[in-house]
Design a protein around this ligand. Structure first.
Ligand code: COA
Ligand code: MG
Length: 278
């Protein structure tokens, strides 16, 4: 089962058992042992063996997900065949077609695997068809993958994130319509805490619920960023008090600390309070 909230989803390559053993102590809400991009083509079988060994060692300490290779690769079926007991969910990258998701669903059912799927939207086709993909019943949560998306686009990845603004927002909208938890892209510069924090804030502003992480330092940043601050909670209470007071006086649009507060602002404030109580 997926945890109810995933603020931080930490990745490590299956072929790095040293890193994988350190993951439970990072404070991540869940972890992903990666058989895809972080495991080289000639080491896929080693990765599967390491995955099995890791799950034996750390099961029960933290929710564990495995990322497999997508259905268009030669590794997909062997990955599915080799999955150990004790996984909480599966990460499937590069979702592109509803037919592919149907095949994934059949592949899971045929093997008796009852695992929620966290799907990756990280190609031009995936982004274009995100709504159809994310509303598929097999998909329980999803992430936006910026690096693969820009690679597929033939674009250039920059620190400004301008090149991913539209896709990142579009995928968040699709996730909202599917009513599933949405996770934002990784920050590849794992030593740039300031960038990671900024990207977490942007993601939350867009409606994402958490972030993919590649380094323990990013886990701390994401957990904090996706939890409302005391200041934010207090402000939300003050907004609601002022708004309710206005409504009691027959006014639904009031002035609060120099800005207009009306129903949509109250909705946002209520969400902050709900998130804080969660
Ligand atoms: N999970 C658990 N622990 C990790 C970790 C991870 N993903 N990444 C780093 N650490 C540990 C290191 O082992 C080190 O531990 P130590 O203090 O006991 O020595 C500590 O955190 C600090 O690491 P640091 O030295 O800053 O980084 P590094 O050079 O060892 O590793 C990377 C940098 C990028 C190679 C590594 O973070 C990594 O492989 N991340 C995951 C990449 C991945 O899975 N990509 C695919 C998904 S997009
Ligand atoms: Mg990738």
């Amino acid at each position: 089962m997926l945890p109810r909230r995933i603020r931080s989803l930490l990745f490590a390559p299956a072929v790095r058992p040293d890193l994988v053993r350190k993951m439970p102590a990072t404070g991540a809400d869940a972890i992903v042992i990666d058989l895809e991009d972080a495991t080289p083509p000639d080491a896929k079988e080693t990765g599967r063996e390491e995955l099995r060994a890791a799950v034996v060692d750390i099961a029960g300490t933290i929710p564990i997900l495995a990322r497999i290779n997508d259905a268009s690769t030669p590794w997909f079926h062997d990955d599915l065949d080799s999955l150990p007991e004790g996984l909480d969910a599966l990460v499937v990258p590069k979702l592109e077609t509803v037919g592919g998701l149907d095949a994934l669903q059949r592949g899971l059912e045929a093997r008796g695997l009852d695992l929620p799927v966290v799907g990756g939207i990280e190609t031009a086709l995936g982004v274009a068809d995100a709504r159809a993909l994310l509303t598929h019943p097999v998909v329980a949560a999803a992430y936006f993958g910026a690096e693969d998306f820009i690679a597929d686009m033939g674009g250039v990845r920059t620190t400004s994130n301008h090149e991913v603004t539209v896709a990142r927002s579009h995928v968040a909208v699709a996730g909202r319509l599917a009513e599933i938890p949405m996770l934002d892209m990784i920050t590849a510069n794992f030593q740039d805490d300031e960038r990671c924090r900024r990207e977490c804030d942007e993601a939350r502003e867009l409606g994402y619920h958490g972030k993919l992480c590649i380094h323990p330092a990013q886990v701390t940043i994401a957990n904090e960023a996706f939890t409302p601050s005391t200041e934010e909670i207090e402000r939300a209470h003050r907004i609601l008090a002022a708004y309710e007071d206005g409504k009691a006086r027959g006014i639904a649009s009031i002035a609060f600390e120099g800005r207009m507060v009306d129903e949509p602002v109250a909705v946002q404030a209520r969400r902050v309070i709900l998130l804080a109580e969660d």
